[in-house]
Design a protein around this ligand. Structure first.
Ligand code: BTN
Length: 327
């Protein structure tokens, strides 16, 4: 009830009468009053004026379950949502839920991670009250395990889309999925898979966004930035998370139509900062330079070598660097 009431108040410029809320949800005045009371306890400023009704004057500065649920505009993504003030890692928590049978689209969001995980065994910092840490359980029907890494590209696209939409910032993708602003990393995604007898049991797609940290840790300053730094003001994290979920759901559904990226290549290319730029491909035991020409429907980066041949570079196996820095 809380999130439904919040939704109506947020959508209205002025006052909404108690009666209107009762009629809309088919509940008693007491139920509405209780919902309003709970929202106030969670930090929402709601003015109550006799004979006029209720008006939303202010929202808390932190992410809450109700803030997320009331803003969510998705079909299946985040229909089941767990918000936690603190957790070891949202990916690990989501995996535990998945093992217990969590449904497709289940999402875990945390304000703070104490053991956030990056790719290649690195640590991912999520101090309380600043960034975004979210993980989704997906159960793609009949998808071959070797196609799972493409999900990571969808997450990158969804972050780029959500950041553009909610902040207006020009954000691009460094293949395969990091999002970047002015050449510095804003977000990263770690996808983990559980499979049984050659079939995907579930995937956990975990994304971290440097949102409202004033500054990234010293050792990352050359290569990473935060949305707050780039924008000059904090972003609304709940709004951004919900925009991400909506975009991810759209990209996922398009991906699943052909179980590849064919319907998304053009859009991905419009976001790809490496496109037609020189990159260095670092394969185990072999390094070379070439021009990144884009991706194929499997999400491989197509790199044109000096001799004109095209190499298909698989995400996960190699890393690609710009020759003038991080991108
Ligand atoms: C990278 O190294 O670029 C990937 C970073 C992924 C971090 C996110 S934060 C939410 C989720 N939980 C984790 O422990 N890791 C991912």
């Amino acid at each position: 009830m809380k999130s439904e009431i919040l939704n109506v108040l947020r959508a209205s410029d002025g006052y909404v009468s108690g009666q209107e809320l009762c009629d809309r949800f088919g509940v008693s005045r007491t139920a509405i009053w209780k919902g309003i009371h709970q929202l106030k306890e969670e930090g929402y400023e709601i003015e109550a004026v006799p004979r006029k009704g209720y008006r939303l004057c202010g929202c808390p500065d932190h992410i809450t379950q109700v803030e997320l649920e009331s803003r969510m505009q998705t079909g299946w993504a985040a229909k089941k949502l767990y918000y936690l003030d603190t957790v070891d890692s949202t990916n690990d928590y989501a995996k535990r839920l998945a093992e217990e049978g969590a449904q497709h689209g289940t999402v875990v969001v945390a304000d703070e991670q104490t053991k956030g995980k990056g790719r290649r065994g690195r640590v991912w910092e999520t101090p309380a009250g600043t960034n975004i840490a979210m993980s989704m359980v997906v159960r793609p029907q009949q998808l071959a395990p070797e196609k799972a890494s493409m999900m990571t590209l969808l997450a990158g696209m969804a972050v780029a889309c959500a950041v553009r939409e909610t902040t207006g910032l020009e954000v691009g993708i460094k293949w395969p999925n990091d999002t970047v602003i002015h050449g510095k990393k804003i977000s990263g995604t770690l996808t983990e898979m559980s499979m049984e007898l050659g079939a995907i049991h579930y995937l956990v797609i975990g994304t971290g966004i440097n949102a409202n940290m004033d500054e990234v840790p010293e050792y990352l300053r050359e290569t990473a930035t935060t949305l707050k730094r780039e924008l000059g003001r904090p972003v609304n994290r709940a709004q951004l998370i919900c925009a991400y979920m909506k975009s991810f759901e759209e990209y996922y559904d398009k991906f699943m139509e052909h179980q590849d990226l064919s319907l998304l290549i053009e859009e991905y290319h419009s976001m790809l900062v490496n496109k037609d730029r020189e990159v260095r491909v670092l394969e185990p035991g072999h390094e070379y330079n070439g021009i990144a020409r884009g991706i194929n429907a499997q999400g491989c980066l197509l790199v044109e070598k000096k001799d004109g041949s095209i190499a298909e570079v698989y995400a996960g196996e190699v890393s690609v660097r710009g020759i003038y820095g991080y991108t």
